[in-house]
Design a protein around this ligand. Structure first.
Ligand code: CDP
Length: 233
């Protein structure tokens, strides 16, 4: 069956999870373009809330203030840019300061509940690709297609260094390795919706893949599942 027709008719959800720097966001974005459906970067919500706590000098124990910020945090996407309550935050959200704090914010149960609720609403607007840490396990456990991307730590760090450079940040490789290792550890070990592979997700090791290959692999897996009729709908 034609994949465009299928996603138009069925309102599909493609979940892409995995540790930092495995290329989830760019893969998700390109895949969504190819499928002509929405792309949502769930990490942007956690980063946006974190950024707001930093600029408003909110301490990690001021839970009520953090909850209030989370409730009022609304994001929209315009091409490559992410807007939070209509202000362009694309660069600010990627800073090392935000990366170093975001997993602590993401541990807070009520923050997760509010963001999860916001994320689920996108499905009402149509088919989507969403990337993050708990999309296939918690946000959309019934997602039609689930992928879990992994990659060697050195490759991940080098990719992240390049991303940061593209946003105008110069960061040493060892600092990045340190940051993503710590963040992965916190994301994997937290109590609330930890980063883990959903049992029915396809694991994709992207260490030796270029982005186009990753996108192609996911796209073909989706086509195959649709054509085999093994999708549960
Ligand atoms: O792209 P990268 O893996 O570096 O992370 P991100 O998607 O920008 O997410 C930043 C952080 O937000 C993660 O390290 C998690 O702590 C948190 N996050 C989460 O807890 N759940 C999600 N669905 C997405 C992000």
């Amino acid at each position: 069956m034609n994949v465009f027709f299928y996603s138009f008719m069925k309102n599909i959800v493609v979940a892409i999870d995995g540790p930092a720097g495995t290329g989830k966001s760019i893969t998700g974005k390109m895949l969504a373009e190819k499928l002509q459906i929405q792309y949502i970067d769930s990490g942007a919500f956690y980063r946006a809330v974190t950024y707001l706590t930093i600029i408003n000098h909110i301490k990690l124990n001021e839970i009520n203030k953090i909850i209030e910020i989370t409730k009022n945090c609304n994001l929209s996407w315009e091409g490559e840019d992410i807007y939070m309550n209509k202000v362009n935050m694309t660069k600010e959200m990627r800073s090392l300061e935000v990366s170093n704090r975001v997993s602590t914010i993401a541990k807070i149960k009520s923050v997760r509940e509010i963001i999860t609720e916001k994320l689920r609403k996108y499905k009402e607007l149509g088919s989507l690709v969403m990337d993050g840490k708990d999309i296939g396990t918690v946000v959309f456990p019934d997602a039609d297609f689930k992928f879990f991307l992994t990659s060697d730590i050195n490759v991940r760090a080098a990719r992240r260094q390049q991303d940061l450079q593209d946003y105008g940040y110069q960061v040493q490789l060892d600092k990045i390795i340190n940051e993503i290792t710590k963040r992965d550890e916190m994301d994997i070990n937290r109590e609330e919706s930890p980063l883990q592979k959903a049992p029915d997700a396809i694991e994709v090791d992207t260490t030796y893949m270029i982005i186009e290959e990753q996108v192609d692999f996911l796209y073909k897996s989706i086509l195959q599942k649709i054509n085999l009729g093994t999708i549960n709908k």
